[in-house]
Design a binder for this molecule. Structure first.
Ligand code: KIV
Ligand code: NA
Length: 270
């Protein structure tokens, strides 16, 4: 019987097979990608995508665990990774371990993801040494939006060496992979060539070892805004709006429900 890959299996895909991943927040969405994606990420983007929050800063441990449990119920052969929310890991390695352990214990996730490069290396090493596989996330790190000064491209020009140093630091600390968000393609390619762990690109490069997108973005379900790096593979939001309008029209015209949706007095049990 096929089982989900482990963080080490994902790591060993570098240089062999492109790693396919999407975010997921609910059981039905997890079922849609089960066995198709190599891993599913319960991203803290859940706050913006499903809860209408203005940023990821208000996302809590309880939200990550609740959505993590929902996604876990929909996965059998795809690995589950869960984001550590803002404020749950930055203070100290001990704080990070307590919260990472809680996420893994209460959801069954195989790994956690956290944002930060060199300054999080000590924490990543602390977690990995204690049984918590870590996916790192550098470049545009949305939890730091107030210090980064907006959702802009990271690592351009004289910032490039610093981002490469971040990538090296998280790899050396034992992360099994690293998300590169919104960085120039040439820099993403350089990082991918120079570090030993897989790079997972979002707004990065086709040369990354894998790709991730927010599932609601690529399905056209989240339409409040569309970053340049999003490709819409479907228009479920527009389809949903049209369906809701059709339903409303039919209710007002008394053409729904039709005979096939209602019950006669005769056949019991139907
Ligand atoms: O929260 C999220 O969805 C993420 C991915 C975009 C990598 O961190
Ligand atoms: Na995230």
């Amino acid at each position: 019987k096929k089982t989900a890959p482990l963080p080490d299996d994902i790591k060993s895909m570098k240089g062999t097979t492109p790693i396919v991943s999407l975010t997921a927040y609910t059981t039905p969405m997890a079922r849609m990608m089960d066995g198709v994606c190599d891993f599913a990420l319960v991203g803290d983007s859940v706050g913006m995508v499903l809860h209408g929050m203005p940023s990821t800063l208000g996302v809590t441990m309880e939200m990550m665990i609740l959505h993590g449990q929902a996604v876990a119920r929909g996965l059998t052969t795809t690995m589950l990774v869960i984001d550590m929310p803002f404020g749950s890991y930055e203070e100290s390695p001990k704080q990070a371990f307590a919260n990472a352990a809680r996420i893994m214990r209460e959801t069954g996730a195989a790994a956690v993801k956290l944002e930060g490069g060199r300054h999080m290396a000590e924490t990543i090493a602390f977690l990995v040494a204690r049984g918590v596989p870590v996916m790192a996330h550098i470049g545009l790190t949305p939890q730091s939006i107030n210090t980064l000064g907006g959702y802009k491209v990271q690592g351009r020009a004289d910032q490039a060496d610093a981002l490469l140093a971040d990538a090296r630091a998280v790899a050396d600390a034992g992360a099994f992979s690293v998300v590169l968000e919104k960085v120039p393609a040439t820099l993403a390619d350089r990082i991918t060539a120079e570090i030993s762990i897989p790079t997972i690109g979002i707004g990065a490069s086709v040369g990354c070892d894998g790709q991730i997108l927010v599932v609601d973005d690529m399905l056209g379900l989240f339409t409040a805004f569309k970053p340049k790096f999003v490709k819409r593979y479907a228009t479920l939001g527009a389809d949903g709006e049209a369906a809701i309008r059709a339903y409303a029209d039919e209710v007002r015209a008394r053409s729904f429900p039709a005979a096939e949706h209602t019950f006669s007095d005769k056949a019991p049990g139907q």
